[in-house]
Design a protein around this ligand. Structure first.
Ligand code: GRF
Length: 207
């Protein structure tokens, strides 16, 4: 089976990206990362990409008239490299409708909660874990899902729960959830690259 060409969008530290890179290098994923794009210049994920010998570029959204034209540039970059699968690995911007339509069923996102809880527009980064603790939840977790036209609403691929301890802080919870994210994101990418995922409405089935 031919290798899946993966494009990754990031905004920050890129620990999820690192986990994908490591697993590809260990031969666990039948794919290769062809391009990493960050919307933030100082995102450490860009360094991780470069260290791994992967083309890693910063594109400044402010150089574009609007979100649509910025997203068009992203599409162009991915098209040029024949990218099959786009992974949002801590990408903190919303994709345009055009982008989502062009890559329908081929964009994956990792979210640090059990969707449909603590997700959507205002839930990202440490805020998710703060909200989980404020609510008094006893479990939280992570979700990998395909991206549709709304925020965090697309078909779910994998979820895994994490227990909340009484002495957890947003920071400790974030660390615990991140460990799970690294594992299930890789697992979902692996399934995709092995052609084992099908989307049936909201339901993702694994062959
Ligand atoms: C992760 O928690 C991810 O779920 C969220 O942003 C964080 C990014 O972490 N969307 P990293 O950049 O992969 O280290």
């Amino acid at each position: 089976m031919s290798q899946t060409k993966i494009g990754v969008l990031i905004s920050g530290g890129g620990t999820n990206l690192q986990s994908i890179i490591d697993n590809i290098n260990e031969g666990n994923i039948n794919g290769s990362i062809e391009l990493i794009i960050s919307n933030r210049e100082n995102a450490y994920g860009l360094e991780r990409g470069k260290k791994a010998g992967i083309e890693s570029i910063y594109i400044n959204p402010k150089d574009y008239e609007n979100e649509e034209s910025f997203n068009r540039r992203l599409i162009d970059e991915f098209k040029k490299r024949d990218i099959d699968l786009i992974v949002l690995a801590g990408y903190l911007k919303i994709l345009s409708k055009e982008f989502i339509n062009k890559y329908s069923g081929r964009i994956m996102n990792i979210h640090p909660s059990l969707i449909p809880s603590f997700c959507g527009k205002n839930y990202y980064g440490i805020r998710v874990h703060e909200a989980v603790l404020e609510y008094g939840c006893k479990i939280t977790g992570a979700t990998v899902h395909f991206v549709d036209e709304n925020t965090d609403t697309g078909p779910i691929i994998i979820q895994e729960a994490v227990k909340v301890a009484e002495d957890d802080t947003p920071d400790t919870l974030q660390k615990k959830v991140l460990k799970v994210e690294h594992r299930i994101l890789v697992e979902a990418i692996k399934l995709y690259c092995d052609n084992r995922l099908t989307i049936d409405g909201r339901i993702v089935r694994t062959k």
